[in-house]
Design a protein around this ligand. Structure first.
Ligand code: IVH
Length: 672
């Protein structure tokens, strides 16, 4: 027994380090080296061990990231040093004034400036004691904030343990919601008839104040750190060193540039502005800080903001245009979404000619009419929306707009559930729903059926060749070859892609089914929890809700989906067609060709992304490791391989080029 616990402790320690190392690769470096499935497997093993040996549990274990129960409210936290705000500059002249003030106060000393992106999220403070996450808080009034530790712990780029122990460290950073998470969240809320977040910042704020950390975990926040509030045991001379230190400690530190002249700073700010939309998160300006910490201290602060820093704010991207038409689109789940068609205008980096109007309440509240001149902006730089009508431009002839009472796609009646903003088509066989559902089913993230784009799908549908996604697998060469812009070769390729898609991992199929609220991540979690689709079909709401990150909404939506006879029929047809419905761990092949083999990938492959290459290895039973060691069985080398290639040569490890790897990728495990 004693032996067991010693072994368990070793394994637990190893798993914790490895999991945190992967978190770091994924969330800080943006360069994952293992698949989500493998990651989840390690996390599950750790959970099981901690359950079996409760004395070995630790609040700093990666299993505790979503371990917290919903709280009743948030406790108050006193910040060790106040969290101030920044004064703003809107034009170059104001930066020159700032520089003059700084130099004057420092009696003409040389000054170096450090410039960082100003991330548009929410300021948070996180306190580490002896290298361990102790607590995290919102800014609040600057002196005291709210204890949101459990919520911050769900952010995987927040280390629970620093890479090196520091006595005391209160770090400051910006928690934000990446643009793609924001778009997905609002899409799901729109489908569910819930109110939308105006921008990623509001979404991040709303999320961090959630009392249920499981909801927070599902919303994928991130954190970029930009400073230290209080510290013991570290001593830096310059702000840039502070950022470097934070990076060394395992945090995602903000990127920065150094300048010795304000004119260079100004040029950089103006240049940067045109690239601001290229980042995966919203940036609303740049922050200019005096780099020397000694100079910062001597410059001091006013009541609200430091004298050693200033924010250069970008102008908000808005534009005025005319609404030419309002049309209604029917989504995959039958929700009718009104959309404005407008005269094209350039805004936030792209030309916009459509804007979602969300729902009929929004149109009524803003009184948006066809022919109106409207002010539009992109919510969080991404989704164009109408913020206001310019009524003084109205001619007086524009009639108020009303939602159609029939589905524009199939003519069936529409309903609006009590308490929901969404209006839905009542016909489950509505062609618009089928159409959207099929596009989703074939999409790259779902069944990944290459060659089955909207143009081909439209023809297949109008010819009455298919009535649900499962029918896709009944298509024959003769059905396809006559279609417009689909020659014999493309028809053959499409059939091959369909055949190939049958072997997809179960998670893809679950996602492809288009169950409301079940996104890619939920699908992966479900696939790793159940052995087969059949087991998921039979799951009860209670059973589903026990699974981490699966809340009541997802659970009830899954149960409702499988309760519908029509959906069950589609699933039976998918099974009959030979689509894989078994989870990877139980896909009927006990022995796979790469069982137990360790691969290392290096360089760029032409036909595979890292993730795809990894999927290939794992599908065949192998494992991908980040570094070459004597345990490595093969190194796959693409173009421009790095030091891993040299190390493999030294250790006499077989090296595969892309062609050889391709052959491996074509291996069918059922033959193996
Ligand atoms: S430094 C003394 N750096 O902007 C204030 N702030 O109005 C130190 N922010 O509340 C702040 N990115 O939430 C700093 N790179 C950055 C920032 C940043 C975003 C936010 C922060 C702060 C607000 C200032």
């Amino acid at each position: 027994m004693k032996e067991d616990i010693v072994q368990a402790q070793e394994r637990i320690e190893a798993l914790r380090s490895e999991i945190e190392a992967h978190n770091y690769r994924y969330y800080v470096m943006d360069d994952p080296t293992i698949s989500d499935a493998l990651y989840d497997k390690m996390l599950r093993e750790l959970e099981d061990l901690e359950k079996k040996y409760p004395s070995l549990a630790s609040p700093h274990s990666p299993t505790q990231r979503v371990g917290g129960q919903p709280g009743e409210g948030f406790a108050t936290v006193h910040h060790l040093t106040p969290m101030m705000s920044l004064s703003n500059a809107f034009e170059a002249g104001e930066l020159e004034d700032f520089d003059r003030r700084v130099r004057q106060a420092l009696s003409g000393e040389a000054v170096q400036y450090v410039v960082e992106p100003k991330i548009d999220g929410l300021a948070v403070s996180i306190f580490y004691e002896n290298g361990l996450f102790s607590r995290g808080a919102t800014r609040g009034d600057g002196e005291t904030g709210e204890d949101i530790s459990e919520n911050l712990k769900t952010i995987r780029s927040v280390p629970l343990r620093l890479r090196r122990s520091v006595q005391a460290l209160e770090i400051r950073g910006e928690a934000y919601m990446p643009k793609d998470s924001f778009a997905r969240l609002n899409e799901a809320r729109e489908e569910a008839g819930e109110s939308l977040f105006a921008n990623p910042r509001n979404a991040a704020a709303g999320t961090l104040r959630q009392l249920d950390p499981r909801v927070v975990a599902s919303r994928r926040l991130n954190l970029i750190v930009y400073g230290i509030g209080y510290s013991e045991g570290v001593q830096q001379q310059e702000h840039s060193d502070v950022l470097n230190l934070l990076r060394e400690l395992g945090l995602r530190a903000n990127e920065y540039h150094l300048f010795s002249d304000i004119n260079e700073v100004i040029r950089y700010c103006l240049d940067w502005q045109s690239h601001r939309f290229e980042l995966p998160y919203s940036v609303d300006g740049l922050v200019i800080k005096v780099n020397s910490l000694d100079q910062q201290q001597r410059l001091g602060a006013t009541a609200k903001s430091p004298r050693w820093a200033i924010a250069f704010k970008f102008p908000p991207e808005q534009a005025v245009t005319t609404v030419k038409n309002i049309f209604v689109r029917v989504g995959r789940t039958g929700v009718l979404t009104p959309t404005a068609e407008m005269d094209p205008v350039r805004i936030a980096g792209t030309t916009v000619s459509r804007a979602t109007l969300h729902n009929e309440d929004n149109i009524r509240d803003k009184d948006i009419r066809i022919g109106d001149k409207v002010m539009i902006q992109k919510a969080g730089d991404i989704i164009p929306e109408v913020i206001a009508v310019l009524p003084e431009e109205r001619k007086g002839e524009e009639p108020a707009w009303t939602m159609p009472s029939e589905c524009p796609s199939c003519g069936s009646s529409v309903t609006r559930a009590a308490g929901e903003a969404a209006v839905r088509c009542t016909n489950i066989a509505c062609p618009a729903q089928l159409w959207e559902g099929l596009i989703h089913f074939a999409s790259r993230q779902a069944m990944n059926i290459a060659g089955l784009g909207p143009a081909v799908l439209a023809q297949i549908l109008t010819r009455g060749l298919i009535h649900d996604p499962a029918d896709l697998y009944q298509l024959r060469y003769e059905d396809l070859v006559g279609l417009e812009r689909l020659g014999p070769k493309s028809a053959q390729n499409l059939l091959k892609a369909l055949e190939e898609s049958k072997k997809n991992p179960l998670s893809r199929l679950i996602f492809a089914l288009g169950i409301r609220h079940v996104g890619e991540r939920a699908a992966k979690i479900l696939a790793s929890h159940y052995d087969s689709l059949a087991a998921l079909v039979d799951a009860t709401e209670e059973e589903l809700m026990v699974i981490p990150e699966i809340g009541p909404k997802i659970a009830s939506s899954i149960v409702a989906f499988f309760a519908a006879g029509q959906n069950r029929q589609v699933i039976d047809k998918l099974v009959q067609a030979g689509v894989n419905v078994l989870a990877e761990k139980n896909n009927g092949t006990d022995v796979r060709p790469l069982d137990g083999k360790v691969f290392v990938l290096t360089g760029t492959l032409k036909d595979f992304t890292r993730r795809q290459a990894q999927e290939v290895v794992e599908r065949l039973g192998g494992k991908v490791s980040a570094s070459v060691s004597s345990n490595t069985d093969y190194v796959v080398a693409g173009e421009k391989p790095g030091s891993k290639y040299d190390r493999a040569t030294t250790l006499h490890i077989p090296i595969m080029d892309e062609n050889e790897f391709k052959k491996l990728a074509d291996t069918d495990i059922l033959d193996g």
